[in-house]
Structures are given as C-alpha cells and as structure tokens.
Design a protein around this ligand. Sequence first.
Ligand code: AMP
Length: 282
Amino acid sequence: MRVMATIAGVREAVRAARCEGRRVGFVPTMGALHAGHVSLIARSAAECGATVVSIFVNPSQFNQAEDFERYPRTLERDLEACRAAGASIVFAPSNEEMYPRPLSTWIEPGAVAEHLCGRFRPGHFRGVATVVAKLFHAVEADRAYFGEKDAQQLAVIQTMVAELNMAVEIVPVATVREAGGLAMSSRNERLGAEERRAATVLYAGLRAALARLEAGEREARVVREAALETVGREPSVRVEYLEVADAGTMQPVERVSGPVRVLVAAWLGGVRLIDNVGFVPG
Ligand code: AMP
C-alpha cells in the first residue's frame, strides 16, 4: 500500500493502475476510520483491482470551526485499517495541497441540498460537493463508494455526477451499525457511555417508522409520529429533524408513493448524529 500526499502523485499512481488494466475504486473519507468505512474499502477491494482511500478532514464542509478542530484525527491507526481492508493507495493531502489559495469556484448543489441537513448546516453540501469534485479530479476512479448512512450526501453526489457528466460510477453501501443498532460514526467517540446507550433510540425510532410503512401506512405524518414517539422516550435526545423524503430528490413527501428514506438528525449533548432507513413500496 502506497501513501501519497500530493495530487500529482496520486493521479500518476491511478493512471499507472489503469494502464495495467486495473479497475480503480475510490473511497473518500475524513479519517477516524471505523467498521463503516472498512466495509466501503473492502467492497471496493473486492470489486476493483486498485482501491484508493482518501483521508482529508475538509474544512470547507464544516459550518462550525470548533467542530472541525475537534474532529478526530488518527492517521496511523487509519493507515493500518486501510491496509487490512485491502486498499492499494491512501491519498492523505494537507490543507495546503487541497486549498493552496481560497477557492473562487464552487459546486452549488440545488434543491437536493435544500432540506434536512442542508437546512440546518448552511454551506455544508456546497463544501462536500466541491471537495468531492476536487477529489474526483485528483483520483480518476472508475467507481466511488459512498455510505447510505449519509443519504443526503449520497443524493447530492449522485445528482452532481449525473448533471455534470462525471465519468465515475457511484456505488451506495449499506450502513454498518453497532450491536445496539447505533449507526457507526466517527462522532460516536465523543459520546459518553450513557449517551451512547440513549442514542440507540434513533434507530429504534427509524425501525418503528419502517414497521408502519411495511404495514401499509402511506401518510408521512403518521410514519413520522411513530418514529418521534419512540425517540421521545429518551429525553436527552434532542431531535433536529425527522422527515420522510423522496430517496432521489431528498424532498420531504406527504404521501409515500415511491422509494423514500426516513431521515433523522439529533443532538446528544454537543454531539450531532444522523441516521436513516430506506423503504420502497411494493
Ligand atoms: P466520513 O469519513 O464520515 O466523511 O465518511 C466517509 C464515507 O464513509 C462516507 O461515504 C460515509 O457515508 C461512509 N460511512 C460513514 N459511516 C458509515 C457507516 N456506519 N456505514 C457505512 N458507511 C459509512
């Protein structure tokens, strides 16, 4: 496994792999790798002859400087996890390499980024789309793997790739969860033991919503209420939003008539967690 810090270096390594006839898979991450990231890397390694993992804590997608500074950075451990999961190249650029000067060119996602996290984190998806576009240009991959855990991010990237004719196939990967159902997240490390237990109510709420949908309920209001009632059993969990949205456009729906996701964002103390489940009516 090679570790590269420059765009020129990773571009050359990827082009060499392609010249050898290898399919190139790409897994963009912000590091602090856990089993969720590992499942993306392992999936890419199983499907592609070369797998590139990027590790870059992207300042332009944080809307609070403190959140950026407190984001866990565990490079040595991450490199071990990449190696074990089958990565061939790790791209770990500095801020200066990615942003040698303030950007004047941005990718501005439209309606797909308007609701849900987009509403509560202004500028977040603009930062995500822009850095992912920059990474796609540095790492000219055939496929890029993204977690369904960040469903709106996935929809933003799928929309960008389709609308801007980017020559990369986006592969969604199912959410990896802890034993109690809590979606794995780098932010979980900031939860105390009691908060971690309380946080399991989020997935329990999503499952309650899913149960309603599976029983034939199609009114989003009823589905939401079922989830909110379950989540409300933990008073320490402060819900930011809980919505039923179209799986592709991320527009909240009133009635379920096509593929949807039930999405939640909530605060536990100072830690913000997100999760979602998908449903396709029969
Ligand atoms: P991050 O490092 O948080 O930016 O995440 C990098 C990638 O890993 C994104 O595509 C995430 O959606 C994905 N990811 C994060 N957590 C999980 C999880 N629990 N299960 C599956 N994928 C995940």
